[in-house]
Design a binder for this molecule. Structure first.
Ligand SMILES: Cc1ncc(COP(=O)(O)O)c(C=O)c1O
Length: 362
């Protein structure tokens, strides 16, 4: 039986209870859960096929696959992806967690994850029985030939963006070693001071998608966290391998959610509106944190501020909890996160303003 780590957020229960005592109420910035409404266009799309009684296709509707390819091209300049190489997933978390296993990795294989990383990459390695290694640079890896290399740009938790040159080097290095590169791109639409680039952009892959996969999520870009909507795309052979496994395992996106995804991937106005909401919240919070003595690192894109008071991250979590603000300690994301906290931008304008006011009073 695979031993998984304790679920990190469970350990915040005590400090959360304390933050909730604040007379102005809790401002929960500890998880990246969307708070803004699901766009009406998407709700209508969901309802429009809610009367269909049959099983949905694991591969998704042809309309969904084509729409995803068009959206990637229009929004991010992605090229070289065929609609058949799009595979919907039940949100992207399960895709991340099961990907190594579904690709056939196992004991003896190595999965490389970023030094500071979304915890599910490690879980995915464990579920496959593979070895996990944290590394941001290629030189750290020496002569190793990992089976899988995770990229996450913009990063959760640091908001760091990897430039085209960096991405291209990783892809070249991986191709020389037969390593699969999987890029988790769930924050790709949220560039602030840097423009994030997909691993499927021609400037990175040079016209060929072999050995490459990109994982996308509609949770943050379209407020669809509750619908569970994501997809994986890239190398058609790898996608086919995943499709074959997922058909057998019943890992199917519900048909109404598939229809909602079509609209989410078409509605660029809703995407821009949501981006604008986060842009404002980010500016308010960043200023308030900086004015009260925090240093913000990276955070040039994505949904979080990676902040430090130059002390152990748990002390900062406590300091903020005293002000009714809950954040995640950097240690949730890797050993090198020990002096940072991750501050989410996912709260209403009212709660973000309340947090800023409390910080400026401190
Ligand atoms: C880096 C990263 N990948 C994947 C996910 C999973 O998102 P979802 O399962 O909602 O698509 C998250 C969620 O916060 C994330 O931060």
């Amino acid at each position: 039986m695979t031993r998984l780590p304790d679920f990190p957020w469970d350990s915040l229960a005590g400090v959360k209870a304390r933050a909730q005592q604040h007379p102005g109420g809790l401002v929960d910035l500890s998880i990246g859960t969307p708070v803004d409404p699901v766009p009406d266009s998407i709700r209508a799309a969901l309802a429009s096929v809610s009367d269909l009684p049959g099983y949905p296709a694991t591969h998704g509707t042809p309309e969904l696959r084509t729409t995803a390819v068009e959206a990637l091209g229009r929004r991010y300049g992605v090229t070289g992806v065929e609609p058949d190489a799009v595979l919907p997933t039940i949100g992207s978390k399960e895709a991340v967690a099961w990907l190594p296993r579904l690709l056939g990795l196992g004991p003896g294989d190595t999965v490389v994850i970023p030094e500071l990383a979304y915890p599910t990459y490690e879980v995915g390695a464990l579920l496959a029985g593979a070895e996990m290694l944290r590394a941001d640079g290629l030189t750290q890896l020496g002569p190793r030939r990992p089976a899988l290399f995770w990229l996450n740009s913009p990063s959760n938790p640091t908001g760091r963006v990897l430039g085209v040159e960096h991405l291209r080097k990783v892809v070249e290095w991986a191709r020389e070693r037969g390593t699969i590169v999987v890029s988790d791109e769930c924050y790709l639409s949220l560039g602030w001071e840097a423009e994030p680039v997909s691993v499927l952009h021609p400037s990175v892959h040079g016209g060929q998608t072999d050995g490459l996969l990109a994982v996308h999520s509609l949770s943050k870009s379209a407020n669809l966290a509750g619908y569970r909507a994501g997809f994986v795309t890239g190398d058609p052979k790898l996608v086919k391998r995943l499709l074959d496994m997922r058909k057998h395992a019943g890992m199917i996106v519900p048909r109404p959610v598939q229809q909602a995804m079509v609209t989410a991937l078409t509605d660029d106005e809703a995407l821009a509106l949501q981006r604008e909401r986060y842009r404002r919240r980010r500016l308010v919070l960043r200023k308030a944190l900086q004015d009260s003595g925090f240093e913000i690192s990276h955070s040039e894109a994505g949904l979080y501020l990676w902040a430090s008071r130059g002390e152990p991250s748990l002390s900062t979590v406590d300091w903020l909890a005293d002000r009714g603000i809950l954040v995640a300690p950097g240690t949730f994301y890797g050993p090198s996160g020990g002096s940072h906290v991750r501050v989410g931008l996912t709260a209403t304008d009212e709660r973000i303003d309340a947090a800023a006011e409390r910080l400026s009073a401190s």
